[in-house]
Design a protein around this ligand. Structure first.
Ligand code: GCU
Length: 421
């Protein structure tokens, strides 16, 4: 009898898990009705009416995102050291000055090192710069053969022949089109990029490696996940940038694609030294409204990537309406700074319309501060950017960063500050 029950269970369990498998909704008519939290209403129900009020409300919203979504970063008691590892004044055939700077984050015997690859217009001092993580190693963003491979953990990848979690030459130059460094430098901007796994390897390791391991505080349900760690890492790179005379630390534009777009938005929300934020296809828990339940959902992201957010965030799995915030408020945390959100037509998983609507609903905060905000209520046609203090475009094609995206970001950055250079 016991054996029979066991066999029946063996038959039933796979069926159950199949039935419970996530099926994404891509049908607007199947979306539940929802009411978004108002960024301009305090937790106690009173209205925010002026700039001073917004600063207080901002602190409330920030604290909710910290405790309920990304997780709280414990107090940093370590130190940081930066070392110029290489420097070339005639990189890219004479177009650029190139540096590799190692950032060592140290707490006693423990150390995490991240290599920052920097390209600057050759003769420019004080250039504005795009700062963003890359997915597979600095060497993937360029064909230059002497850019170093990461030493930290990388995901195994059959196509690239990576089977031992170590980067290899095979992937050199693989992400060139996602970075467009030549075009960026030619237009007078710098680029600083870091392999995100240098800061925190992207797997669920119980927070034993990466920068989490440099902190001693015990973990609880509001402790930081990997997205917050990546965001924190960007601030440490900013600490370095403030010491580099070739770079204009007042004009650092944080850019991130996909999961790294989520990290970019949280970094600029957390650190007001960043002048501008760019979210490229950041989707669920980035720019897209969670309450729409379109494409990836809170439940799905927490199940697939349990290490990205704090444990409290899991309370909102299939329960988005109970979230005290939604993602338009993450965008609003960037006010008054310029912010660009971009989607791709075929990237339904990231919910392009949800990303667009976040801009619409973040706009009142910018407007309260006397700024233009976001001058649209309807989704624009493809390749037709909407430009206010918040900007948005949707281009044809897949989940990716393309030259078209970069050109729009550069136009936007030029509009806001290249003229002040
Ligand atoms: C997955 C994940 C997304 C994420 C993306 C990426 O698709 O579900 O949330 O943005 O990976 O980072 O490429």
């Amino acid at each position: 009898m016991k054996n029979l029950t066991f066999f029946l269970l063996l038959l039933i369990i796979p069926c159950l898990s199949k039935a419970q498998q996530f099926v994404a909704n891509y049908d607007e008519s199947k979306m539940p009705a929802y009411t978004l939290p108002d960024p301009l209403v305090f937790n106690d129900g009173k209205a925010v009416v002026d700039k001073k009020g917004w600063e207080k409300r901002r602190a409330e919203i920030y604290s909710i995102f910290e405790k309920e979504v990304f997780g709280v970063v414990p107090q940093w008691k370590g130190k940081m050291k930066s070392t110029l590892v290489s420097q070339k004044t005639d990189a890219m055939g004479g177009l650029a000055k190139r540096k590799e700077v190692r950032i060592d984050l140290i707490n006693g015997e423990r150390k995490v090192s991240a290599m920052v690859l920097i390209y600057l217009p050759r003769n420019s001092k004080n250039a504005p710069i795009f700062l963003g993580y890359n997915f597979d190693g600095n060497h993937t963003t360029t064909n230059e053969s002497d850019v170093l491979l990461p030493e930290s953990w990388v995901a195994n990848n059959k196509a690239l022949g990576i089977t031992d979690n170590k980067a290899s030459e095979k992937s050199r130059g693989k992400s060139i089109t996602q970075w467009s460094i030549k075009e960026i430098v030619s237009r007078g901007f710098g680029v600083a990029t870091v392999y995100y796994g240098d800061i925190d390897p992207d797997f669920n390791d119980g927070f034993k490696n990466g920068v989490h391991a440099l902190f001693d505080a015990p973990r609880d349900s509001s402790s930081w996940g990997s997205v917050a760690a990546w965001a924190w890492g960007l601030s440490r790179i900013m600490d370095y940038i403030e010491t580099d005379k070739d770079i204009n630390a007042k004009k650092v534009i944080v850019i991130g694609h996909s999961r790294l777009g989520k990290a970019a938005l949280w970094a600029t929300a957390s650190d007001k030294r960043f002048a501008m934020s760019i979210s490229n296809n950041s989707g669920c828990s980035g720019a897209a409204l969670s309450r729409r339940i379109f494409g990836e959902t809170v439940g799905r992201i927490n199940n697939s990537f349990p290490h990205w957010f704090c444990d409290n965030y899991k309370k909102y799995n299939e329960n988005e309406n109970q979230m005290p915030v939604d993602q338009h408020e993450l965008l609003a945390l960037n006010a008054p700074r310029p912010l660009y959100v971009a989607s791709a037509e075929e990237d339904l998983w990231s919910d392009p319309k949800g990303e667009f609507l976040s801009c619409v609903y973040a706009s009142p905060v910018y407007e309260l501060l006397g700024l233009k905000g976001f001058p649209a209520k309807e989704m624009p046609a493809l390749n037709t950017p909407i430009i206010g203090r918040i900007a948005y475009h949707i281009r044809p094609g897949k989940h990716d960063v393309t030259l078209y995206d970069w050109e729009r970001y550069m136009d936007f950055a030029e509009k806001y500050f290249k003229s002040e250079k």
